[in-house]
Design a protein around this ligand. Structure first.
Ligand SMILES: NC(=O)c1ccc[n+]([C@@H]2O[C@H](COP(=O)([O-])OP(=O)(O)OC[C@H]3O[C@@H](n4cnc5c(N)ncnc54)[C@H](O)[C@@H]3O)[C@@H](O)[C@H]2O)c1
Length: 304
């Protein structure tokens, strides 16, 4: 999350997103976007939370790679406009992931429309209310709300996607967890628990799904330049009493003392999802793919 402060600074400075002329962009365009090889040709996907941010970028990447995508979200106007931008291979449906019946209905829509479901990406999520790091006044209603939108839908996705996929013994479920589910962020303590639960669900359900020939994997992004992050950082900075001094200083100083940490783009996560959803990952099951430029493994070293 220290890097999230860098993102806030960058936004203030209106730094343009990476282009394909950057070294990273060159590698990426050579691998997945500049070729006519479609890694998801003929596959059908449902992506929750796809009206915005990571889900939206993943929907675009999947369509580019030959998939038909159902965008499932609660932002109807935005969802419809994303679907129309992506063309005839994308469609929008309203789906509140906190309601199991609506998750089931999104699965049924994909099967009804396209005759099959190959990929279900449980990605929708929220940050919750703040503060989350005041131990003596933990808001359990906030906790329940976070679990209802961030964690329980991962299990609903497993259940209903497996129902549709098991007869063909083929399919893949993805769940967006978070770097905060790997290394908890105190200012996001309740959110961190909800995301650690997503990782636990993926690990626990990998073997039961494998019995049906199916896979499930989590993706844990580090701070990623999306509308959610741009909303959450100022809220956290205002309301979290225990917010780390370093983050506070970075936000307040507008990064004057900053670091050189990476800022992720939604497309960085979308490309991880593309790999996991493709047949190239056919033996990858039960993993949590952390896409955070190594932050979760070197955080301890940074703190010294
Ligand atoms: N941006 C980051 O830094 C970051 C880091 C780690 C994990 N994540 C996770 O990535 C996922 C995507 O977040 P994002 O950053 O793209 O944020 P975002 O706000 O841009 O997108 C989230 C989408 O989820 C939708 N959504 C929220 N509640 C919903 C509900 N009940 N039912 C259906 N849709 C709902 C929103 O309408 C929105 O379109 C989330 O699970 C988030 O927790 C984000």
């Amino acid at each position: 999350m220290f890097r999230a402060a860098q993102l806030l600074r960058e936004t203030k400075r209106a730094v343009a997103p990476r282009t394909s002329s950057s070294p990273a962009g060159l590698i990426v365009s050579g691998f997945s976007t500049a070729s006519n090889f479609q890694r998801l040709a003929g596959k059908v996907a449902v992506i929750t939370g796809a009206a915005s941010g990571i889900g939206r970028a993943t929907a675009a990447e999947f369509v580019k790679n030959g998939a038909k995508v159902i965008i499932a979200d609660i932002q109807d106007d935005l969802g419809r406009s994303v679907a129309s931008e992506l063309g005839p291979d994308a469609a929008y449906t309203r789906c509140d992931v906190a309601d199991e019946a609506q998750v089931a209905a999104a699965v049924d829509l994909a099967v009804g429309r396209h005759g099959r479901l190959d990929i279900f990406y449980s990605n929708a999520g929220i940050g919750g209310r703040y503060p989350q790091d005041d131990a003596v006044s933990v808001d359990l209603d906030n906790f329940d709300g976070l679990m209802a939108v961030n964690a329980r839908p991962a299990l609903a996705a497993v259940k209903h996607a497996a129902r549709a996929m098991a007869p063909r013994r083929s399919g893949c479920i993805l769940c967006t967890a978070s770097g905060a589910g790997v290394v908890p962020i105190p200012a996001l303590a309740m959110y961190s628990v909800s995301k650690a639960t997503v990782i636990a669900i993926v690990r626990a359900m990998a073997e039961p799904l494998a019995r049906h020939g199916l896979r499930v994997n989590a993706i844990s992004p580090g701070p990623t330049r999306t509308p959610m992050l741009l909303r959450e950082i100022p809220l956290m900075a205002e309301q979290s009493p225990g917010l780390s001094g370093e983050l506070k200083r970075m936000v307040e100083d507008d990064g004057a003392a900053g670091d050189a940490a990476a800022v992720l783009e939604p497309e960085d996560i979308a490309r991880a999802a593309l790999y996991l959803a493709s047949d190239e990952a056919r033996f990858v099951n039960g993993h949590n793919v952390v896409v955070d430029a190594g932050y979760s493994v070197h955080k301890g070293a940074e703190a010294r």
